[in-house]
Design a binder for this molecule. Structure first.
Ligand code: CP
Ligand code: NVA
Length: 313
């Protein structure tokens, strides 16, 4: 089905239908080929992007900034020490002002409410560059990377191991279910994903004829996996939980034993990065030929550029 994405925001992957994701991935593959051939375009000439950051970010910041700049646009980086962001001015008012000056806004920070409010009040497309709840642009890059490796998505067996209620697990289960990928969230019971979200994603999975499983049984979860994915055990803003998380999640570490347990020599390893080597993944796995983490990081830029091309032109 033809997709018209113009003017749309991306706040969570729940915003996207299967056709939307298909369209964004198709554009991403095209833009990657253009970039690899050193083709220069100026699609965003005369356009501006406000980039609001409450949390740090090497990849997401660089992906948005270079993608927008390469196309001739003017991205403006604004950290929370540069603007008020709910401190001396309400988010609603900041949104209304930015919406008068910029063609689009991206936000990385804590609360999903902030990015939702920016969208509600700014009148321009808003892109979520990570909140405590989800990380949708990372999810798009991950789907692109899987597609590059396997030639398709439907029917793949994807396993996320680690913090099952974090922003990455949330976005990945939505993205997988949307695209017909069987998804297993492997984590200790105390870190199982939010029940309401699981119910929503179960429905999406049923519509795409895929399965969603939440389990703490390591052997059962990883057997036959095409992808083993993990994320840091302590997300930004949860630093006080570090000690407790390390002991809770140690059995869920991706190591060569877990990779062998898949009984599949073609299993790939994925991680959104940054990685804490020796915690959620061992050095030998992340540096192995099964690891596609650098392609995944590069694909952040192509998928983010595709999102902006689709929504701004
Ligand atoms: N994966 C990711 O979002 O990385 P950054 O924190 O570097 O942006
Ligand atoms: N869950 C991690 C993802 C980093 C890209 C965090 O929020 O810190």
């Amino acid at each position: 089905m033809a997709v018209n994405f113009k003017g749309r925001s991306l706040l969570t992957l729940l915003d996207l239908t299967r056709d939307d994701v298909r369209h964004l991935l198709d554009v991403s593959h095209l833009l990657k080929a253009e970039r690899t051939a050193f083709q220069v375009n100026q699609r965003f000439r005369g356009k501006t992007l406000a980039m609001l950051f409450e949390k740090r970010s090497p990849r997401t910041r660089c992906a948005f900034e270079t993608a927008f700049g390469e196309e001739g646009g003017h991205p403006v980086f604004l950290s929370s020490s540069d603007i008020q962001l709910g401190k001396k001015e309400s988010i609603e008012d900041t949104a209304r002002v930015l919406g008068r000056m910029f063609d689009a806004i991206m936000f990385r920070g804590f609360s999903q409410d902030t990015v939702d409010t920016l969208e509600e009040y700014s009148g321009v497309p808003v892109y979520n560059g990570l909140t405590d709840m989800c990380h949708p642009t990372q999810g798009l890059a991950d789907l692109m990377t899987m597609e590059e490796n396997f030639g398709g998505l439907s029917g793949l067996n994807f396993v996320f191991t680690g913090d099952g209620r974090g922003n990455m697990a949330n976005s990945l289960m939505i993205g997988c279910a949307t695209m017909g990928v069987n998804c297993t969230i492997l984590s200790p019971e105390s870190l199982y994903p939010d029940k309401e979200l699981v119910e929503t994603v179960m429905q999406i999975a049923s519509d795409s004829c895929s399965e969603l499983e939440i389990t703490s049984d390591i052997q059962k979860a990883v057997k036959g996996a095409d992808v083993i994915y993990t994320d840091v055990w302590v997300s930004m803003g949860e630093e006080e939980k570090a000690k407790e998380r390390v002991s809770l999640l140690k059995p869920f570490q991706v190591n060569s034993e877990m990779m062998e347990m898949t009984d599949n020599s073609d299993t790939i390893f994925m991680h959104c990065l940054p990685a804490v080597k020796g915690n959620e993944v061992t050095m030998d796995v992340i540096e192995s030929s099964s690891s596609v983490v650098w392609d995944e990081a590069e694909n952040r830029k192509h998928t983010i550029k595709a999102l902006m091309v689709a929504s701004l032109l």
